[in-house]
Structures are given as structure tokens and as C-alpha cells.
Design a protein around this ligand. Structure first.
Ligand code: HEC
Ligand code: HEC
Length: 366
């Protein structure tokens, strides 16, 4: 019930961004009033013993995730490039950062990092490789990277962020509820955002209902599932199981014959060839176009066309995509099979997650 109290307090007390002074009596257009509404966090984020504590961290993390004040010029929030309606990916090949410059790679969906068990975020093994090139392992350590990134959010000194947030006035209560005191530190900021991100779980798609024997798939979807799991063995890389499962594999799928982006090949100590990238989690994949690390494909048809006839003979090409002579595999996926695979992939859309209020923007405008 702690959450309920917090909501009332915030809804009543917090008004931000509406304080333009009208000094010279000129008629200004009315400024929209922005306020924090946390009333829809009443649904719990986590289950189990520590749910009450961890929920308050996720509540704080949600506010931080949507707050543009985390960027140097107050122009960009995490959510500017990670949008709920697209499973927290973006619908453009490259996203625009705080100065309008483009990111070097396609924004990634954020979902199913841990099995809905927040303690997993402390273990790199359950989170798996992070970023397209696997350069990060820990959700907590990841958080400061986009904040400091010169294209994304542009904060020049991460140590200035706590003081900046403290001056806003609406964070003290949130930190106190989550951590027992209102001191704002970078450790707490990272921790809270990691809890929020790890609370984002997709597990209510039609495919999940089918696995849990609560619903059925059509004949075409079942055909696609069979092609995905068996005939074309997509599942050897893309694990699509019920509830949360972190995708932690990295592979070169022969998008190019020569290296255009070294990807994981440029990261010391993880041992992958040039041109290899994280295997994306295909949950909600119908919503995460454009596809691949550079957003080169606009549709699922184009993706399947790549696997069917477009795999290039890159020296780092994954063995699972080679034929018996070591050449790039030609799967020759028929039109009907393509449609079945896409029908199956569409069954992975989790409409509940994409519209879930507790993941949505808590900054509302009047
Ligand atoms: C300007 C756009 C932009 C902003 C702002 C942004 N991101 Fe990202 N995010 C990206 C891109 C692009 C990638 C992929 C980068 C790469 O792999 O090189 C990414 C990747 C990630 C990943 C890795 C996901 C995975 O499955 O490996 C996480 C987690 C993430 N971002 C969280 C955040 C958080 C938290 C914030 C705010 C503090 C944030 N992002 C702000 C564009 C953005
Ligand atoms: C050898 C491992 C491997 C196999 C087998 C494989 N994939 Fe992939 N898949 C990947 C990797 C790695 C990427 C990301 C590559 C990149 O961005 O450079 C990817 C990307 C995708 C994407 C784009 C997802 C996104 O969010 O951008 C889709 C869709 C996809 N694969 C579907 C399939 C299907 C369907 C099959 C079977 C016909 C298949 N994959 C077989 C490893 C694999």
C-alpha cells in the first residue's frame, strides 16, 4: 500500500516544467503543465519476497527512464529511442540523440532481461550480452553509457547528474521510498533503472497462451513454428520460449561478404569474429522494424529473403548457416513458407506489454 500513498503524494505535489515567467506582460501561449502521475503503478512490477522494495525501485526507474532531464540539454530521455509501442525499440534505422545526430546502430528492444526476478540483474549470466556487440554484461553498469554518449544524451560528467536531479525537487521522495533516504547517487540511479528495465517482461503473446495451453495457434502459425524450430532451425540461435528468456548468443549471419561494422569482433576478450552481433530476442518482432544492427531490412519478408538466398560468404559466417561444403546455406524458403514463418512471428506480439500502464510515460501533460 506504500505505492498508493506515494501516488497520491506525487499527483498532488509534483508539477514541473510549467514555470516560465511572463515578465513583460506580453501575451504568451499558455504553457502546457507537465506533472508526474504514478497512479498506474499500483500493479506490482515484481513478485516474491522482496516485491515491495523492488517495486519502489522500479517506480523510480520508470520516472528516470522517461525523464529528459537526464540529457545535457533536457531534450532526450531513454524513452525517446526506446518506445513502448515498439517493444522499447525505435521504428527508425538510426535514432536521433540530444543534438539531432544519428546513432551508429539500430535501437534495441528492451524486454525479458531477467526472468522477472530482479535479483538476476546482478548476474551477468542471466542478463547475457548487452548491446549489439556484447560490450556490456550488466544492466546496472550499462545505464551510464547512453547518458554519457556523445550522440545519445551528451552528459559530459556523470557526477553532475545527481545534483541536477536533486535540484528538480520531485526525486527526493522517490529515492527515499526506494532506498530509505533521499540522497541521490549515480549508483542508485543505475540500480533503479536496471530494476525498471528488468521488470519489462513479455509473456502474454498468443504464442505464450498456446504454450500454456490457454489458447490455440492457427494452422499457418503452427506450420511457421515447425519451420522455425525444425526445418530451418532458426531456433538454434533464436530461443523463443515462454516468459522471460535472455538472448545471449552472438553470431555472424553473413549480411555482408566483407566487414562493414566489426561488431563483437571489436570487443576484446569475448572471442567472436568480425561482423557478429547479438542474436535479437524475437518477442514482439512484428513491432521492432527496421531489422538488424543497422536497420537495413524494413520488413520480415526481407529478413527471410536474406536467410533464403542472401547469406554472404563472410570469413566469420556462423557454421549453422553453412551447407555441407562450408558454403553459405541456400535455404530456398518458398513464398508460402515465408508467410507461415511470418504468421508465427506475428503470434509473438504481446499487446498487453505494449500497452501496459506501469511501463508507460508517467510524465503527463495537462
Ligand atoms: C539516442 C537514442 C538512444 C537513447 C537516448 C538511449 N538509447 Fe539505449 N540504445 C540505443 C541504441 C542505438 C542501442 C544499440 C547500441 C549498440 O549496440 O551499439 C541501444 C541499446 C540499449 C540497451 C541494450 C539492449 C540489449 O538487449 O542489449 C539497453 C539496455 C539500453 N539501450 C538502455 C538505455 C537506457 C537505460 C537509456 C537511458 C539512460 C538509453 N538506452 C538511452 C539508443 C538509445
Ligand atoms: C546462426 C544464428 C542464427 C540463425 C540460425 C538465425 N538467426 Fe536470425 N539473427 C541472428 C543474428 C545474430 C541476428 C542479428 C544480426 C545483425 O543484426 O547483424 C539475427 C536477426 C534476425 C531478425 C531481425 C531481428 C531484429 O530485431 O532486428 C529476424 C526477424 C531473424 N533473425 C529471424 C530468423 C529466422 C526466421 C531464422 C531462420 C530462417 C533465423 N533468424 C536464423 C542469428 C541467427
Amino acid at each position: 500500500m506504500k505505492i498508493g500513498i506515494l501516488c497520491l503524494g506525487l499527483a498532488a505535489l509534483v508539477f514541473v516544467g510549467s514555470c516560465k515567467k511572463d515578465k513583460d506582460n506580453t501575451v504568451n501561449a499558455p504553457q502546457p503543465q507537465v506533472y508526474l502521475d504514478l497512479s498506474d503503478t499500483a500493479g506490482k512490477y515484481f513478485k516474491g519476497n522482496y516485491a515491495e522494495v523492488t517495486d519502489m525501485k522500479a517506480v523510480l526507474g520508470r520516472v528516470l527512464f522517461y525523464d529528459k532531464q537526464l540529457s545535457i540539454n533536457n531534450a532526450i530521455a531513454c524513452a525517446s529511442c526506446h518506445k513502448q509501442e515498439f517493444a522499447f525499440a525505435d521504428n527508425v534505422a538510426a535514432s536521433r540523440g540530444f543534438e539531432g545526430r544519428l546513432t551508429g546502430r539500430n535501437s534495441m528492444a528492451l524486454q525479458n532481461f531477467t526472468s522477472g526476478n530482479p535479483t538476476n540483474i546482478f548476474s551477468p549470466f542471466t542478463t547475457g550480452f548487452l548491446f549489439w556487440d556484447g560490450r556490456e554484461f550488466s544492466l546496472i553498469n550499462l545505464v551510464s553509457r547512453p547518458i554519457l554518449n556523445h550522440v545519445e544524451m551528451g552528459m559530459d560528467d556523470i557526477n553532475k547528474l545527481p545534483a541536477k536531479l536533486a535540484a528538480l525537487g520531485y526525486y527526493q521522495n522517490l529515492f527515499r521510498d526506494a532506498y530509505g533516504s533521499d540522497s541521490i547517487t549515480m549508483e542508485r540511479i543505475s540500480d533503479a533503472m536496471a530494476f525498471f528495465m528488468s521488470s519489462i517482461v513479455s509473456g502474454e503473446s498468443r504464442y505464450d497462451m498456446y504454450l500454456q495451453q490457454k489458447g490455440e495457434l492457427t494452422a499457418q502459425e503452427l506450420h511457421g513454428l515447425q519451420l522455425f524450430n525444425q526445418k530451418y532451425n532458426c531456433a538454434s540461435c533464436h530461443r523463443v520460449v515462454t516468459g522471460a528468456y535472455p538472448a545471449s548468443h552472438i553470431a555472424n549471419i553473413g549480411l555482408d561478404a566483407t566487414t562493414t561494422d566489426r561488431g563483437a569482433g571489436a570487443i576484446d576478450g569475448i572471442g567472436f569474429p568480425d561482423g557478429s552481433f547479438k542474436v535479437p530476442n524475437l518477442r514482439n518482432v512484428a513491432r521492432t522494424a527496421p531489422y538488424m544492427h543497422d536497420g537495413r531490412f524494413n520488413t520480415l519478408e526481407e529478413v527471410i529473403e536474406h536467410y533464403s538466398s542472401g547469406i554472404q560468404n563472410h570469413p566469420g559466417l556462423d557454421d549453422r548457416l553453412k551447407d555441407e561444403y562450408g558454403k553459405p546455406m541456400r535455404m530456398n524458403i518458398s513464398k508460402a513458407e515465408t508467410q507461415s514463418i511470418i504468421a508465427f512471428l506475428n503470434s509473438l506480439t504481446d499487446y498487453a506489454m505494449l500497452a501496459e500502464p506501469k511501463y508507460s510515460n508517467p510524465f503527463k501533460t495537462k
